[in-house]
Design a protein. Sequence first.
Length: 58
Amino acid sequence: MKFPKDPVMLLSVVNTALRDYYKSFDALVEDNEVDGDDIVARLASIDYHYDPVKNQFK
């Protein structure tokens, strides 16, 4: 899966993938071989943070 650079688009792609395909953010990162810290930082720049209970960035 290719992840967009724009944080707002990234939020949509990541949350959709988490909802539809992955039980955790770690599983998404591992399966796609991406830098999870980079994704977390880009989403934090627009004040979104991962909630493991809801399995989404909010």
